[in-house]
Design a protein around this ligand. Sequence first.
Ligand SMILES: Cc1ncc(COP(=O)(O)O)c(C=O)c1O
Length: 387
Amino acid sequence: MRYNFDKVIERANTNCVKYDLRKVVFGNPDVLPMWVADMDFETPDFAREAVMQRALHPVYGYHFKDEPYFKAIQGWLLRRHQWEVPLKWMSFVPGVVCGFNMAVLAFTKEGDEVIIQSPVYPPFHHAVSEHGRKLVYNRLKIGEKGYEMDFELLEQQTKTAKMLILCNPHNPVGRCWTREELQRLSDICLRNNVLVISDEIHCDLVLPGYKHTPYATLSEEVAQHCIVFHAASKTFNLAGLATSTAIIPNKAMRDEYVHYVEALEAHLGNIFGKVATQASMEQGDEWLGQLLDYVQGNIDYVADFLKNNLPKVKFFKPQATYMMWLDFNGYGLSEEELWRKMTQEAGLGFNRGSDFGQDGSGYFRINLACPRATVEEAMKRLLFFKQ
Ligand SMILES: Cc1ncc(COP(=O)(O)O)c(C=O)c1O
C-alpha cells in the first residue's frame, strides 16, 4: 500500500497546539506553523482503526497494560533496533517528559548536579531547574561535519554530577550518536557513577543511511546503570494519547522507579493510547519506511533551497528526527530582531533557538513533518530574508 503524505489536513480549530496557539506564541495567528514536534500527516490507518474499535465499546473505565501490549513493544525494539528487552524491564509512563522528570525526582536530591547537552529540547532544562537540582551544561561543539560531544569537559563535570540526561538521537541538532560516541560517554559516566537517562523518543525516526544505538545495548554494565525512555508517539503521530515506556534493566532501580510512578497514580494511562501504540508497534513498519523517505525528501528540498537561495543560513543535514536546526547568525541581527522578522514579516512559525539553550541564539528549529506543499510555501516565505 502507498500512503499519501502529500495530503493537506486542516488542523486549525481542533484544540491543536501547533495551529490554535499561534496568536499566543507568535503574536500572529497567520504564521505558517512549523514548530511543536508533531506531524501534519494523518495518524496511520491502523492506529486510528484501533482507537475507533475501542471507542465503540460503551465503557471507558480504568484499564491496565497487558502482556500483548508489552510484547508488541518488545517485538518492535527487536525488529527495528536489534534490542532484546525482557518484558519485566518495561513499565508504562504517561509521557517521556513526565517519565524523565519522575526519574530526576526519584534518583537525585535537591542541589544535585544534572548534566544536559545543549542546545537541547527545552524540557531537559526544566526537568532539572524546576526541581531545585543544579543544571550543568555539557555544551555540544560544532565540528567540521556537525555537532559533537565535548568529552574532555564531560570528564570534569562527571566528577561531581549525579545524573546525565541524554538525547539519543538528539533534538534539535539531529545527530544520531554513533556507538563509539555513546561508548565513550558511557565509559566516563560509569567510571564516575553518573546515572544516564536516555531519551530515545526519536530513535525510530533515524533517517536512511543511519543506525540508532539503544544506550542500554552498549554492555551489560551500562544497561545496569541507565533508564531508557521510548514511545510510539513521535513516530506515529500519537502525542495526544500520552503513552510511553520506561525501560529499566536494573531490578532495584526499576522497583524504586515503579513505586514512585505508582505513588503518583501515573501508571494507568488511557485506553486509546494503549490500543494505538500496540497497533503501531505491530503493524507500523511499512508506513514508517515510507514516512522516512518522505521526510528525507523534505529535508533535501530545504537543503537545496537554502544553498541556492539563502547561503547565509547555515545548517547540517539531520541524521535523525524530522527537524532541521538552522543558523541565522550570518545576518548579524539580534535574536529579537530575527524573531520579529520571522514571525511578523516573513509569517513563519518556527521554534526560537534560544529556547534550547543560550547556544541556540540566532537559530530556528523547523519541523518538516508536513506535506511538501507546506515546505514549499515555507521556503517561499523565507525568501523575505533574501532582501
Ligand atoms: C527529545 C524529546 N523528548 C520528549 C518529547 C516529548 O515526549 P512526551 O510527549 O512523551 O512527553 C519530545 C517532543 O518533542 C522530544 O523531542
